[in-house]
Design a binder for this molecule. Structure first.
Ligand code: PLP
Length: 366
């Protein structure tokens, strides 16, 4: 008998050392965990849109008769529609299977094997995860005690490590604060390639997209997952210099956006008045949730410009509170890293979700 092959020995070593991305579970898994029916689950762990997508998206997908045809690999209609939405020409735009795909494409395009990427921690986990997948390493530059970016430290660590790429989530996930435009400009002027992730732009209103035509070393990331409620269909996009667009379009998987996602994007842009009105309601709800959290003894919510709030809990209480909420059917995001050990991140849901959360939190924190 031949010896069984050790298939892992054929795998790339860096993939075997990968720390997995902690993705959120679907509602049915959460319901099973809490032992309650799915309708009773309050899902505030994924920064999703509680209003869902535009009703016109559902109608358009039902009418769609193109599932047997490959989608447009050049993304003509989507790039035109997005161009009109953001005020830039289509030559600046690439659409991705979620903005996660644009993160991956940026890394595959700009990161040399073993190269370094600056990660301004704590921040969105995909920058680190995708960097490792692409065979690079992240150099962590911690944010200060109010989660502000330390620009001097970023420049210093970039020069020490040889990193040429920095990711900045703006507003930052999970802390909710924005980075001032002058800070981004300083990094651009220093010649770093800066990827500013504006996944929550519609909630914050602050953007550097207008700088894209001026700085070829700037890429702005956006998504329809949050404001347009399309997290499940996976559509995001990047705004960049035309020379970057050209190569990124050539290197991406040809049919990365499926027909249903393409139609969903086009209809969402058309129906943006309704979707942005819902965003306005979520911003109001975020502020109501913030003031309710402030009144809970021991809870300290951070101000946020996204559709989520990071809430600091008493020392040592993080995991217990997270588990107590989950037992009551309320699911939030818990982080185990030292900087966020006693924090939970709560997505903004419907007003009744906030009420369920606050009632549960009062019981659990006590
Ligand atoms: C900062 C940030 N960027 C990107 C994403 C992912 O967006 P998408 O669903 O478009 O991949 C998220 C999702 O939570 C996020 O928080």
């Amino acid at each position: 008998m031949t010896t069984p092959m050790n298939i892992r020995s054929l795998m790339q070593p860096h993939m075997l050392r990968l720390e997995p991305y902690e993705a959120v579970d679907p509602p049915e898994a959460l319901a099973e965990r809490a032992g309650i029916p799915q309708e009773q689950v309050v899902k505030l762990n994924g920064n999703e849109n509680p209003y869902g997508c535009s009703p016109r998206v559902m109608e358009a997908i039902q009418r769609l008769d193109r599932f047997h045809i490959y989608p447009d690999s050049e993304q003509r209609a989507m790039r035109r529609a997005l161009g009109e939405y953001v005020g830039l020409g289509p030559e600046h735009i690439v659409v991705g299977n979620g903005s996660d795909e644009i993160i991956d494409l940026i890394l595959r395009l700009f990161l040399a094997p073993g190269g370094a990427v600056i990660d301004c921690t704590p921040t969105f986990g995909m920058y680190r995860f995708s960097t490792h997948i692409c065979g690079g390493r992240t150099v962590s530059v911690p944010r200060d005690d109010a989660f502000r970016l330390d620009v001097d430290a970023v420049l210093r660590r970039a020069s020490e490590s040889g990193a040429r790429l920095v990711f900045i989530a703006n507003p930052n996930n999970p802390s909710g604060n924005t980075t001032p435009r002058e800070d981004v400009v300083r990094l651009l002027e220093a010649g770093l390639l800066v990827a500013v992730d504006e996944a929550y732009y519609e909630f914050s209103g602050s953007t550097v997209a207008d700088l894209v035509p001026r700085y070829p070393n700037l890429v702005v990331l956006r998504t329809l997952s949050k404001w347009a409620g399309l997290a499940g269909l996976r559509v995001g996009y990047g705004l960049m210099d035309p020379a970057v667009t050209e190569v990124m379009l050539a290197m991406k998987p040809p049919y990365n956006i499926n027909q249903a996602a393409e139609v969903a994007l086009l209809v969402s842009i058309e129906d943006r008045a309704l979707l942005l009105e819902r965003v306005g309601r979520m911003v109001q709800e975020r502020e109501r949730m913030h003031s309710l959290l402030e009144r809970i003894e021991g809870a300290r919510p951070w101000p946020s410009e996204g559709n989520f709030i990071l809430c600091q809990l008493p020392e040592g209480a993080g995991k217990r509170v997270y588990e107590g909420l989950a037992k009551r059917g309320v699911f939030v995001r818990y982080f185990s890293t030292p900087r966020l050990r006693d924090c939970i991140r709560i997505s903004v849901g419907l007003p009744e979700h906030t009420d369920r959360l606050v009632a549960a939190l009062r019981e659990v924190v006590r």
